[in-house]
Each structure stands twice: as structure tokens, then as C-alpha cells.
Design a protein around this ligand. Structure first.
Ligand code: SF4
Length: 370
């Protein structure tokens, strides 16, 4: 598949020209739209919107408070394994990195989960790389089952699966699955995913639909910002979310905004993406998707996170470790999948949120199925 062969529902071409050429007047008009859609999003993500960033932020904040209250939902990621058979240029766990590999054994998973619970956290995100003999579906399913016994919500971020496998995760207590396309441009995708199962662009693109068709409640979408033209990625992310919402309006969709950050391998992002552009993109997507949860991780600095909390963003990771086993025995940060920027613990981060008038939320609801 090349960029010219994107499925119709994902083709951003009609709006890319607007995003590249929009003027301040176009941005102001988009800000006034009652029901902003593709043309308005194209104007709001345009570089011309930089001059109206305060206005974007104000509208984004109003909509965030209106749909989510002054709350920030919190979660913690748990890396189960750093074995991987793929060669993603931007990842510290890529198969060609010379590192000692390990996976957590069942007792270690219990210990890590207990350490996270002691922080007061009630939602955990379980991560692995691509499917390997060491961390295959059965291994992941057992980890979900263990986590579901202790946490109100268990998300998974791993390899693309079959609908049946996603259904089994739901049965095991999984709340939802995050799967980022990384870049929606198939040509750039082929360049950056050098080998391994993750080279399969189509399998990754089809996964979110399978996730929602399986009965899982939530799917997390995202593009790794810095890999490609951010205007193209932002439009595709929006089109992907809209496409899923049309068929699975009962399902929950979240959008994330990870930026490429330092990692073993020292890969430099081919399309550097600065903080101001990140803020513009978050605000634009909040304005155009007012009731979709927007997520920000600890890849970002404390300053950026505090600035965007409640201004578009309503869900955040906290106190993250990106090494396998990092909550019981923190290893050197450079051995993680990437280097975390905001290293604050849960209490410090929650205090910062409260100073902004925001309420940290650890649990939204109890599942009736367990
Ligand atoms: S991003 Fe995922 S699939 Fe790619 S090398 Fe890293 S762990 Fe493996």
C-alpha cells in the first residue's frame, strides 16, 4: 500500500492543502464553527493557528470541562517483556539493540502490580513488543487475568491479534487495547519499520476495528509524532477516530499524542515536532472531537503536562517506568523503551493537578462483570 492507496475513509488529501495554507482568518472562522469537522480541523492544526493559540486553548479548556469535568484520569504503564522480533527505528527495544532481554515471570508480575497498587493507582496498561515465543498471547492473557483481580481497569498495548484473541482478553478482564499506527503514511511506515511482523501496515490499521468488534470497550489510537508530517498524521488520526465512531458508536475511543523521545539507538525524529505544535494539535482535536478522551504520557516534561492538563488532555500516565520490572527494582532509565521526561511520583503530580483546580481520578466505575 502506498500513500496514494489509502482507504477512502482515511485519505486526508482534500484537507491537507487547507492545513498547509490556512490563514489567521481561516483559523478564526474555524474557531467559531458550531460543529467543527474536517475543514475546521485543517485550519486549526495549521501553522497559522499559532497566532491564536490562546483562543484555541480557551475553547479546548471549555469543552474539556464541559465533557469531562475538571478531572484527570490516571494510569500507570507496566512493561511485561522487552523481547521483540521487530526493527522499529525509533524504539529502544528493537531487535537489533544489544541489550539483555527479559520477561516478568508470574510472581514478578504480581510484585509489580502490588507496587503499582501501593501508589494508589487503579488503572494499569500492560505492554509487550511484537508476539514472541517468550511473550505470546497465552502469556499476555495470564497477565491480564492477574491484573484484573487487582485493578478497576486493565488496558493492553501489544501486537495485533485476531478477533477471537481480543475476545479472550475481554473475558480475562481486559478493559481495552491501545494500538498506535505510529505513522499513517504507508511509505514512511515501510521505511521506519525495517523488519519483523510490525512491518505489516494493513494488519495494524485493521486492528482497532477488530478490537471493538470483539466486545472490548475501548480502543486507543495514536500517531508517534516526529515520524512524519504532523498535519498529515493529525488529519488521519481524526479520520480514523470518526470512521470507528460511525460503526462502533457505543465503543470508547481515546487519542494519544506521543512524541519521539530519546531512546537506545539514538534515532532522531525525521520531522521534529515542538511543544507549541503539540499544544496546537491537542487543542484542535479537542475542539473537533469534544467527547473523545485525549491522553498524554510522561514522555512530556512536567511543564508541558501541567500546561495541557485540562486544556484538551483529560487522561495521563504518571510515575511511569519503561524498564521491565521497573517498579520493584528501578533500572537505569536509559535501559527503558524510551526515556521518561516527567519523573514525578503520584503524590507530587496529583498536588500539581490540584493546584490547577483539577481533580485526579483513580477509578471511574466498577465492572459489573467481575
Ligand atoms: S515499537 Fe514495539 S514492535 Fe517496534 S521494536 Fe519496539 S517493542 Fe518491538
Amino acid at each position: 500500500m502506498t500513500a496514494r492507496e489509502l482507504p477512502d475513509w482515511l485519505d486526508p488529501t482534500p484537507w491537507l492543502a487547507t492545513a498547509r495554507s490556512a490563514t489567521a482568518r481561516d483559523v478564526a472562522r474555524a474557531l467559531e464553527a458550531a460543529h467543527p469537522q474536517e475543514p475546521e480541523l485543517a485550519a486549526l492544526i495549521a501553522p497559522a493557528a499559532d497566532g491564536l493559540l490562546e483562543e484555541l486553548a480557551s475553547r479546548a479548556r471549555d469543552l474539556t470541562w464541559q465533557h469531562f469535568g475538571r478531572t484527570i484520569a490516571l494510569y500507570v504503564p507496566l512493561y511485561l517483556s522487552d523481547y521483540c522480533s521487530s526493527g522499529c527505528v525509533y524504539c529502544g527495544f528493537a531487535a537489533d539493540r544489544q541489550i539483555p532481554r527479559r520477561r516478568l515471570e508470574p510472581a514478578e508480575i504480581r510484585d509489580e502490580l502490588a507496587a503499582i497498587r501501593r501508589m494508589g493507582i487503579q488503572e494499569v496498561l500492560l505492554l509487550t513488543g511484537e508476539r514472541t515465543p517468550q511473550a505470546d498471547f497465552d502469556y499476555l492473557e495470564a497477565a491480564v487475568e492477574e491484573a484484573a483481580g487487582h485493578f478497576a481497569a486493565v488496558m493492553v498495548e501489544a501486537f495485533p491479534m485476531t478477533i477471537q484473541e481480543y475476545g479472550r482478553l475481554a473475558q480475562a478482564g481486559c478493559t481495552g487495547v491501545t494500538i498506535y499506527q505510529e505513522t499513517y503514511d504507508p511509505d514512511q511506515y515501510a521505511r521506519l519499520h525495517r523488519w519483523g511482523p510490525k512491518r505489516d501496515y494493513a494488519a495494524r490499521l485493521q486492528a482497532p476495528e477488530k478490537i471493538l468488534a470483539s466486545g472490548l470497550r475501548v480502543v486507543g489510537l495514536g500517531a508517534l509524532l516526529g515520524l512524519n508530517d504532523p498535519l498529515f498524521e493529525a488529519l488521519c488520526l481524526y479520520l480514523h477516530a470518526r470512521h470507528l465512531l460511525r460503526s462502533y458508536w457505543r465503543g470508547g475511543i481515546t487519542l494519544s499524542f506521543p512524541r519521539v523521545c530519546r531512546q537506545r539507538g539514538d534515532s532522531v525524529p525525521p520531522h521534529p515536532f515542538d511543544e507549541r505544535s503539540l499544544a496546537r494539535l491537542v487543542c484542535a482535536l479537542r475542539i473537533c472531537l469534544p467527547d473523545v478522551p485525549l491522553v498524554l504520557s510522561t514522555r512530556e516534561s512536567a511543564r508541558v503536562r501541567d500546561g495541557l492538563a485540562g486544556v484538551g488532555i483529560n487522561k495521563m500516565s504518571v510515575a511511569s517506568r519503561t524498564t521491565v520490572g521497573g517498579y520493584v527494582a528501578p533500572g537505569p532509565p536509559e535501559e527503558g523503551q524510551f526515556q521518561v521526561s516527567d519523573e514525578r511520583d503520584v503524590a507530587t503530580f496529583c498536588a500539581a493537578l490540584r493546584r490547577k483546580g483539577l481533580q485526579p481520578v483513580f477509578k471511574n466505575w466498577d465492572s459489573v462483570f467481575r
